[in-house]
Design a protein around this ligand. Structure first.
Ligand code: NAD
Length: 336
């Protein structure tokens, strides 16, 4: 079997590939070369990721004769604000760019979101490539073209839809990811099982622990399955007006919540926590059997209670919730 798998996001002329595999970063230059308008990129990353993975990417770009420079931002959600966005635009423009240059986002969802929004904004739009380094970014935020920053009024309230030209999801970079960040991404992976794929959900019940421990084959399978699910949703509803809004909201609707096309399948809600996926507590797959939905507010005892729910969240100090929360509690801004 090849060490790479490719998932296509089918958006006609704006369509792109997601390459998933073990040495994707080492081959990034080769993968990017055919789609770049000019062999020049600016890599945006953060100060946690830079010492771990920036060199590998820069080497690969140099090998492919792509001129590259880097901008390193502070790590963390607080970087997704106006101050950093303005500084970032200034840095990019200060490097004497034209519209043929591309940005490369090397990092988690924070770097992907702010870089994508910078790409949508400078010179009225330039190309960008996602090189996601968290599980959450590989399975969710790097795919679909939602970019942006936070505002004092809420999360992700300022931004643009701007699709990347390519997504490079290297499974090996996840080896340096703290376990808590793996768990945040895992919650997103479970979401795809709950939304629309009972077989994948069942597979996760058996293999989720290995996945969170970083088993490369399991990580790759989960990333590919998640990206396929996300790609299908994005292709159907690029600007999040129907199905995609439901996907985004799936985890903030309690059992008896929104009756969108996913409601019989999705039963998860968002609690507290300071990571994107922290609050996503899988509460069971009531709807894994179509027609026996949870919309009637099935009592917790009648839900399937996936072993991994307890296994992961309790042991990591993230208590699984057992009582329903009203819709909207803990909700802030708009989804990812
Ligand atoms: N655009 C979308 O569709 C979408 C979807 C979901 C979430 N989001 C956004 O994504 C953000 C959350 O993303 P996140 O969870 O990736 O957080 P993050 O980008 O803050 O990364 C989490 C932490 O892990 C570190 N890190 C990243 N990769 C690493 C690696 N390989 N090794 C070691 N450390 C590493 C980062 O420096 C950071 O400290 C939120 O701002 C959220 O709004 C966007």
């Amino acid at each position: 079997m090849s060490s790479h798998e490719t998932v296509r996001v089918d958006l006609g002329p704006r369509g792109y590939d997601i390459i998933v595999g073990d040495d994707v970063l080492a081959e990034a230059g080769k993968s990017m070369a055919p789609i770049l308008r000019a062999p020049r990129v600016i890599v945006i990353t953060d100060n946690h990721v830079a010492p771990l993975h920036l060199d590998a990417l820069m080497r690969s770009l140099a090998n492919a004769e792509i001129a590259a420079e880097a901008i390193v931002l502070p790590a963390g959600e607080q970087t997704k604000n106006f101050t950093h966005f303005e500084k970032l635009l200034g840095e990019i423009l200060g490097r004497g760019i034209d519209r043929d240059i591309s940005l490369v986002a090397l990092g988690g969802g924070v770097i992907g979101d702010i870089t994508g929004f910078a790409a949508a904004s400078v010179l009225r739009g330039i190309d960008f490539i996602q090189a996601p380094t968290t599980l959450l970014a590989q399975v969710d935020s790097s795919v679909g073209g939602k970019t942006g920053i936070n505002s004092p009024h809420g999360k992700n309230l300022i931004g643009a839809f701007h699709q990347p030209r390519l997504v490079l999801a290297d499974s090996r970079v996840l080896r340096t990811l703290p376990r808590r960040e793996m768990l945040a991404g895992y919650a997103e992976v479970v979401k795809y099982g709950l939304i629309n794929d009972p077989a994948f959900f069942a597979w996760l019940e058996g293999h989720g622990a290995d996945l969170v421990d970083g088993d490369p084959a399991k990580v790759r399978r989960a990333v590919v399955a998640s990206c396929r699910a996300k790609a299908a949703i994005v292709a159907e509803d690029e600007q999040e007006r129907g199905a995609r809004a439901a996907e985004s909201g799936a985890y903030i609707r309690p059992c008896a919540g929104g009756r969108n096309r996913f409601w019989p399948y999705a039963a998860a809600w968002r609690g507290g926590g300071d990571r994107h996926g922290d609050g996503l507590r899988p509460v069971g797959a009531h709807g894994a059997l179509p027609g026996r939905g949870c919309g009637q507010g099935a009592p917790a005892s009648r839900c399937r209670r996936p072993a991994h729910r307890h296994q992961f969240y309790q042991f990591d100090g993230l208590e699984p919730q057992t009582a329903d929360r009203p819709y909207g509690e803990g909700q802030e801004g708009v989804g990812g």
